[in-house]
Design a binder for this molecule. Structure first.
Ligand code: P6P
Length: 336
């Protein structure tokens, strides 16, 4: 893949489409539209401090969380781009209570549905911490020529045709997989294009970074507490103690751990028995990416990608990252 270094996202998508003769171009077009929306959102994120786009929008989303103005802006941009692609028959978004469909013929004939968190970590917007967009693409299972139905969105994560994220950080990157490896594209502001900068990303089997909100330590199951203490033990042979790195922005924590090796844990607690993160548009796309990069993602005992969703906004505990580290957490949970 190194021969493609520097290639723009669109050039790469087209090249990869030709590499796989069965590809018909719809997914390529859809991914390109997501890239355009990401560039538009990036423009606003990068100047958020300068224009009246910070702070609360005055409404709450389906989770009862105050919607930040940029959340609502990002949701609108991705909705518009996905509709314009003509390949999408419906969207499930963190910012929308129900699935979004459109009445026009082109959309009703769309082959794909998209689950999206338009701007995750948005509580960090006002303090200039990296935030992200997370998306997941499936083939519809309902009949084409009609609006998307909820069953299109309640498919197991293993049926994703693409999963990806955009991180709006020190640089803006789009990282995605279509099941043939993971590739990262960095936005080159001088040409306004995402260019291939991280071909064929592989995550280390082991790492020395662990990401968990230790402020909730007392609420965790014993197995999670035991793992945190294990991570803090002094043991040169296994490179412990690990380093605690928790930004409070899932995409930022996940991206760092993906590249360097590490684990992100948002477990169940007594007060949140299903955890905090959402299955459809947070856990599943990141689980698809991490597995394609050689890592692992579970809810504690089960593989995230095998979970059968029963609600658009259902939550799931998430333990994701380097395989040896995820297996160690599972071991502690099984022996608690
Ligand atoms: P806590 C942001 O709200 C988010 O969904 C993720 O981006 C982040 O990792 C997590 O919640 C932080 O949650 O409870 O530790 O503040």
């Amino acid at each position: 893949m190194k021969e493609y270094l520097g290639m723009t996202l669109n050039e790469f998508i087209i090249r990869r489409q030709s590499d796989f003769k069965y590809a018909t171009g719809e997914l390529s077009r859809l991914l390109s539209h997501i890239g355009v929306a990401a560039k538009i959102v990036n423009r606003e994120v990068n100047k958020a401090g300068l224009v009246d786009i910070l702070g609360d929008y005055g409404t709450v989303n389906t989770q009862g969380e105050a919607q930040q103005k940029l959340d609502v802006y990002a949701d609108a941009q991705f909705m518009q781009a996905l509709r314009a692609s003509g390949e999408v028959c419906g969207i499930a978004s963190e910012e929308e209570d129900n699935i979004v469909t459109w009445d026009n013929v082109l959309s009703k004939d769309g082959k794909y549905i998209v689950c999206i968190d338009p701007l995750d970590g948005s509580s960090n917007i006002d303090v200039n911490v990296s935030i992200g967009t997370i998306f997941s693409i499936y083939r519809r299972i309902s009949e084409r020529g009609h609006k998307a139905e909820e069953k299109d969105f309640l498919q197991e994560g293993i049926k994703q045709v693409a999963g990806g994220y955009v991180i709006y950080g020190s640089s803006t990157m789009m990282v995605y997989t279509t099941g043939r490896g993971v590739n990262g594209f960095t936005l080159d502001p001088s040409i306004g294009e995402f260019c291939l900068s991280h071909p064929d990303i592989r995550t280390p089997e082991s790492g020395t970074l662990y990401s968990v909100n230790e402020g909730y330590y007392k609420r965790f199951d014993q197995g999670i507490k035991d793992y945190i203490k294990y991570a803090q033990e002094i043991d040169k042979q296994t490179n412990r103690p690990y380093k605690a790195r928790y930004i409070g922005s899932l995409v930022a924590d996940f991206h760092r751990n993906l590249l360097k090796g590490g684990i992100y844990i948002y477990p169940r607690t007594e007060s949140a028995p299903e955890g905090k993160l959402r299955l459809l548009y947070e856990a599943n796309p990141l689980a698809f990416i991490v597995e394609q990069a050689g890592g692992m993602a579970v809810n504690g005992g089960d593989r995230i990608l095998d979970l059968k969703p029963n609600d658009l906004h259902q939550r799931t505990p998430l333990i994701i990252g380097s395989t040896n580290m995820v297996n160690k957490v599972v071991e502690f949970l099984e022996n608690e």
